[in-house]
Design a protein around this ligand. Sequence first.
Ligand code: NAG
Length: 524
Amino acid sequence: MAASMTSNPKILNPRSPFARVVLLTAFCLVFLIVTLRSTTDHVRRITNQLDHVQNVQELSVAPDCSMNTTHLQSLQHKYGLTDRIEYGRRYVRFHRQDIQRKGLTTVNEDLFPTAFDAIDIQNPPSTTTCLKPLEVAVPRSPYPRTVDASDLLFGISTTYGRLIDPRTSPLKEWAHWLTDGRGNSNGAGLILRLVDASESELEDTRRTMGSMGIDVKVYLSNSATHMAQRYLSLLPALYNDPSRKHRKWLAMCDDDTFFPSMHALLDRLSTFDHHSDLYIGTLSEDINNIQRHGSQAFGGAGVFFSLHTASVITKLHDSCSTDQKLQESNTGWGPQGDILLRKCIYENTEIRLTMLRDLHQLDLQGDPSGFYEAGLAPLSLHHFKGGSWHWAKPYEGAQIIHGCGEACYLQRFVTTDDFIISNGYSVAYYPYGIQFDVNQMERTFSAAPDDFGSNLDFMLSPQRGSLVETGRKVAWELQESTIEADGSVRQTYIRKANDHRWTENPGGKQMFEKDGLMELIWIS
Ligand SMILES: *[C@@H]1O[C@H](CO)[C@@H](O)[C@H](O)[C@H]1NC(C)=O
């Protein structure tokens, strides 16, 4: 090497034109690097200044440790709390960073380093135990206010009665995924069909949803047509909507389908070629239901069609929706729209279902905790309004995304004192420690109507045993979330003393004598 260099001294001779070019290039490069460096330093200084400004703002939302009697009493009234409760409040300061969302994020601090406050709601102290904020890192995920969902046109069929019944009304959930969270459409459209509604009911629905910022067209549909046929005919209605021109995906779902994170949904859809023939959805979690009804998109999880697939079904619609086809789509539980749709596609085309496993039909009964506490980032949720299915509050839980971003919802944090926060669902405490596999779902729920134990294993993976009635777990569950004026999000989690789940053993002694109220306040 050295020999070859000395044997070619010309190359470094400044009088050689080649060497001049080399030296000039080197000089330019050094100059460029120095300039870039100082620019980067400058940007870094500005960023530091911004951080400083932010720190000053952070100080202004330092923990408020005062007790608000009116607030406590209104919670007592709403959730039937005992007068004497155990109360805990913790501020959680999230740091949005360029990190991946993990299934479980370790926080090297206690969540509640001191005992809960014993409080009499009728005569509360003026302050609560004041803890410094818990510091946690979260992915820098986007906010609902920045989403452009205009690629999507949804179709839903329901009744006016369900819209106005507080137990079933989906309006606030719809506003979550069809608006920016501030009363403006996020670009996604909705074709809503109301079965047997009167003219004034249609008008009332248009007015109410319009005032919520939802871009909706409301139409009447007639119960003389079978539900399954009405479902199939929704796709041609979406296809024939004039807004099709600027859509990429036509989607059908149930009135109780919830999409917590629209950026995530759109990101995932963008991994598919919307010009190709696509029928995207997911199966039921329950292999019983797949055996019973067939292998097809279970519509409650949401079904997505590329425009070309929709055009094919639109042409086939009449022949796919005959009385004969209707009969063939009856697997003993009445004709099913999902089956009619699958038969239409499978019997006439080569298009087959593309699985999107983060959509969830949630054919689960009983306590759904194990699912919501599994650290998942679901693209859809379904069947959470009780009745024969499970009961959960994903709308209330998902409000956290207005604070720390979309990826925060259901993100899990484990603290050194054996608490696991499933953000927006629960705060669970494991008095004997966390000796189980946190990557497996706790089997708190059951399959319906026949649970032979492993029905759900294929879709949800085998689940670990339930800790209910073992004394090894207790959970405070989210009831409400409030976005405060300063942008912080206050979550209210409640644990009832008489909850049958939190006993030492089946039918045994309750683990707690008083109800528990926990508030997590997420600040930046
Ligand atoms: C106390 O709580 C009530 C009811 O939630 C609320 O209207 C009021 O603004 C709160 N007062 C303070 C000082 O935060």
